[in-house]
Design a protein. Structure first.
Length: 201
């Protein structure tokens, strides 16, 4: 079931900010791993604070037009795909970084479309046993880069020919697979791409 963010800035756990329709009345249940979350504010630039541990959703879609939403977050667990359109930003919550964990057991995608630099202060974790495939470049247009991409769950991260830029590096463990193809992978001079002996690059 879809859950739409409504009512301006607030906490993820507050049911008054969740609706079953775009721009509808709040009061719907907080999303779970089977619910698609759509953040598409029609006014203002809401700051959404993920104030609970183990917050989750299925697909996460963030759109804005001229109303740029920010997700200020504890780790968020995504069991489907990520579609961030235009200049949506993901910022910090109580720490100097935030994390997105992809938990899929199937085949999902990451799409981050930017017309101007946005912010992404955090790590990406590919924690599931399925395949997560890029549908856009990631990292290069951010004022703050993706810190580290961890491929840890035994699944596959496929960059699909798109470029990947991180501010720290990549870490592939636990028999996971990373398919780079003809992608350009950029890490800083003091960064690294590390892997364990039972992982495949």
């Amino acid at each position: 079931m879809a859950r739409y963010w409504v009512g301006g800035s607030g906490n993820w756990s507050d049911t008054s900010h969740w609706s079953t329709s775009s721009g509808g009345a709040g009061g719907a249940a907080v999303p779970t791993s089977t619910d698609d979350v759509i953040i598409n504010p029609t006014t203002g630039a809401p700051l959404i604070t993920v104030d609970i541990l183990n917050a989750s959703c299925h697909n996460l879609t963030v759109t804005n037009g001229s109303n740029v939403p920010s997700l200020q977050t504890n780790p968020l667990y995504i069991y489907g795909s990520l579609d961030m359109q235009n200049t949506s930003s993901i910022q910090t919550y109580g720490r100097c970084y935030c994390d997105l964990h992809f938990m899929t057991s199937g085949s999902e995608t990451i799409s981050i479309v930017q017309t101007t630099p946005g912010e992404f202060n955090g790590d990406l974790y590919i924690d599931g046993v399925g395949t997560v495939t890029l549908a856009t470049n990631i990292g290069g247009g951010f004022t703050n880069k993706v810190h580290t991409i961890f491929v840890t769950g035994g699944g596959t991260f496929d960059s699909a020919g798109f470029s990947v830029t991180t501010s720290v590096g990549m870490n592939i463990t636990n028999g996971s697979t990373t398919t780079f193809g003809n992608s350009t992978i950029t890490v800083p001079p003091n960064g690294s791409i590390s892997y364990t002996t039972n992982s495949i690059i």
